[in-house]
Design a protein around this ligand. Structure first.
Ligand SMILES: [Zn+2]
Length: 72
């Protein structure tokens, strides 16, 4: 089985589209670039994975706390 777009060999296709000529299989990179929904995002290379949003609000002891006031 090969990717229809880039012809790379596939073990498990990330996306399969049924066309008039049969099933077209796509690898994870091509499926992501083509915007096919329902792809297995865990199979994507790290460069194409969107990082999970992280909350990094730690207090820096070297900085003083500012009293934020509303301007009147
Ligand atoms: Zn491909």
């Amino acid at each position: 089985m090969r990717c229809t777009r880039c012809h790379r060999p596939l073990i498990v296709p990330a996306a399969t589209v049924t066309t008039r000529h049969g099933a077209s299989t796509y690898g994870p990179v091509c499926a992501e670039r083509m915007g096919l929904s329902g792809i297995n995002r865990a199979a994507l290379p790290a460069g194409l994975r969107r990082p999970r949003a992280q909350q990094t609000t730690t207090d820096d002891p070297a900085q003083m706390a500012l009293a934020l006031e509303q301007a009147a």
